[in-house]
Design a protein around this ligand. Structure first.
Ligand code: C2O
Ligand code: CU
Length: 614
């Protein structure tokens, strides 16, 4: 809100005029503050804090001084000018990206500086005064631009490790990421080869996609293993130019097997190979994808399903992976389940136990602000597992929408009824998967209303820690958008704690630490957050404790205006990506990492290295 009395601009201000302007400005400000605080009342302090601590005081303090001076008979010219400068600062603050804590001292200092400048400058009416001001403003803006542009340039070479908060001394020699491998010796129980290549694919509608494939197909082959298996996957790159890696999304493998280009390995160049080996310790639904320039490469098809079945209980009935993806058909995004972008029917005998493993690999079908939302109609069903982890005592659901984070998974279970059952992406009418007893029939009407809420679903069960445990480390990640510099240019940016890659400090932990992370989304877009190498327990959602089943995640959707507290045990040493899984946001810098003290990497990112970690 700019409160600039016109008289101020010409530098003449009578005492009464000054009071009138100051009072008017104060009233406008108070009204704006009241409205904002009311609007933010639902959102709480993390959202309103810097309104209260920065944007309001920078105007209110000098305005109060102006009124006070005027009432004492002093002409408050300077105070009124400072109020205007404060209004400008507050306005500026409103459009910039936000840090963990309001920058009270920074803006306070700027206001003092403005005061000093306004005092020291010669009067505006003199020619010298006008020139000095002009030069000062131009110099200030140019310096700001130059500094912002220069410091935001993506380096040609950059090491992602060793820069962060809480970096301390650890005993012992540094540990190289490359040494944190899975079992290097021993016969694998299951071994696979995945060959990346450029292969056009055809969707069910006939639309063709200039896809990148694994073994000639996109999605790539489904990898199904048993818990405890030693898994070996050989990656072969036959793409013409692009590097490739394999990341096991949601599976907490040893760090060197995590597949992040420039952090845990070099991207495999065309013609190259890389062998991944790990033991599949967790059961459930996961997926794999390249972690090199994924905003292009995953979208074009370099991903597939990874299912770990329990060692004891083989799958019975129908156990089906449904990968929801959004294909680039020309310029148009085309939502599909696998390659089925039209309604697909499948015959299932009534009474068959069904498990649909729904994986959201799509970036966003709806708008950037919304979550991809599914619905299952025609039968009551349960969400049996989230992100691979079994829920405790899930109840039957009917008539709810299922918002699912990009990267996230829901296992939906039910017994096949006598009539048809339809699973659909609600943004994609005319599509979806139709299970019917006779291979015929039409989708039952979607009656879903209200969103499935994991925070209140199922029943509580003991967890290794709770929100009242003593946490060794606490971190906050504020996602916000605003005007800022990205790779040298001014842009609308999405930032973590006011910064973007490669300038977001790492969050440093020691092995064994219990860590609490507060995730706050203050931007206008949805941010599905994904932490590698660890499953985190959601402790609270929007200030309310989780009251349902323990809710473990590796991908957590954060619609605008939401905030979450999550906790995890730092039990998997290494350097782990923590990023937004809207891959375009990640590519634009919404990435940071969790670092274990004493762990280093020899791998580098940047244009000179061929590694693009996102
Ligand atoms: Cu599914 Cu860091 O990725
Ligand atoms: Cu995002």
């Amino acid at each position: 809100m700019i409160v600039t009395p016109p008289a101020l601009l010409v530098g003449r201000l009578g005492r009464r005029a000054a009071i009138r302007w100051a009072v008017a400005g104060g009233l406008v400000l108070a009204a704006k503050g009241a409205v904002t605080v009311l609007l933010l009342a639902n959102f709480g302090w993390p959202f309103a804090g810097d309104q209260v601590l920065v944007e309001i005081p920078v105007v209110l303090v000098p305005a109060a001084a102006a009124v006070l001076l005027a009432s004492r008979g002093v002409r408050p010219v300077l105070a009124v000018r400072v109020t205007a400068a404060g209004a400008f600062l507050g306005f500026f603050h409103a459009f910039t990206v936000k840090a963990e804590t309001p920058n009270v001292f920074g803006y306070g200092a700027l206001l003092l500086l403005a005061t000093a400048a306004l005092r020291a400058l010669p009067p505006i009416r003199s020619r010298l005064g006008a020139t000095v001001r002009m030069v000062a403003v131009v110099a200030l803006v140019a310096t700001g631009f130059g500094y912002g542009s220069f410091t935001s340039r993506w380096p040609e070479r950059h090491t992602m490790a060793g820069t962060g908060h809480g970096h301390g001394q650890v005993a012992g020699p540094p540990v190289d990421v490359a040494g944190l491998t899975g079992p290097r010796v021993g016969e694998p129980d299951r071994s696979f080869t995945l060959t990346a290549a450029e292969t056009p694919i055809t969707l069910a509608s006939g639309a063709s996609v200039a896809a990148w494939t694994f073994n000639g197909q996109a999605p790539g082959p489904e990898l199904r293993v048993r818990q405890g298996d030693l898994v070996q996957v050989t990656l072969v790159n036959r793409l013409p130019e692009e590097g490739v890696t394999l990341h096991w999304h949601g599976l907490d493998v040893p760090n060197a097997e995590d597949g992040v280009a420039g952090l845990t390995q070099d991207a495999v160049r065309p013609g190259g190979t890389h062998v991944y080996r790990f033991r599949a310790e967790q059961t459930g639904t996961y997926w794999y994808h390249t972690h090199q320039a994924s905003s292009t490469a995953v979208v074009r098809g370099l991903f597939g399903a990874l299912v770990v079945e329990p060692a004891a209980r083989p799958a019975d009935g129908l156990d089906l992976v449904v990968m929801s993806h959004v294909w680039p058909v020309g310029e148009e995004p085309r939502p599909a389940f696998g390659t089925a972008d039209t309604l697909t029917r499948r015959t299932v005998a009534p009474g068959t136990p069904v498990r649909l493993r729904l994986v959201n690999t799509g970036n966003n079908t709806a708008s950037d602000a919304e979550t991809t939302t599914f619905a299952l109609t025609g039968t009551p069903y349960r969400v049996d597992a989230i992100d691979g982890v079994q829920l405790h005592d899930p109840a039957d659901l009917t008539g709810v929408r299922l918002p699912l984070a990009t990267g996230g998974r829901y296992d939906l279970t039910f017994t096949m009824p006598e009539g048809p059952v339809h699973l659909a992406d609600l943004a994609h009418s005319g599509g979806g998967l139709l299970l019917t007893p006779d291979g015929r029939g039409a989708p039952p009407p979607v009656t879903a209303s209200g969103d499935f809420d994991p925070a209140v679903y199922g029943r509580p069960a003991p967890t290794p820690f709770t929100s009242s445990s003593r946490f060794d480390r606490r971190f906050t990640i504020v996602a916000s958008d605003g005007v800022g510099f990205m790779d040298g240019a001014l842009d609308l940016i999405q930032a973590f704690n006011g910064r973007i890659y490669p300038n977001v400090p790492a969050q440093m932990v020691r092995e064994g630490d219990l860590v609490k992370m507060t995730l706050i989304n203050r931007s206008r877009d949805n941010h599905p957050m994904h932490l590698h190498g660890h499953h985190a327990l959601v402790l609270s959602a929007n200030g309310r404790p989780v009251t349902g089943s323990p809710w473990w995640i590796d991908s957590l959707d954060m619609p605008p205006g939401t905030w979450f507290e999550i906790g995890f045990r730092a039990d998997n040493p290494g350097l782990w990506m923590d990023h937004c899984h809207n891959l375009e946001h990640a590519a634009a810098g919404m990435m940071m990492h969790l670092g274990y003290e004493g762990v280093t990497t020899r791998f580098e990112t940047g244009s000179a290295t061929g590694n693009q970690p996102e």
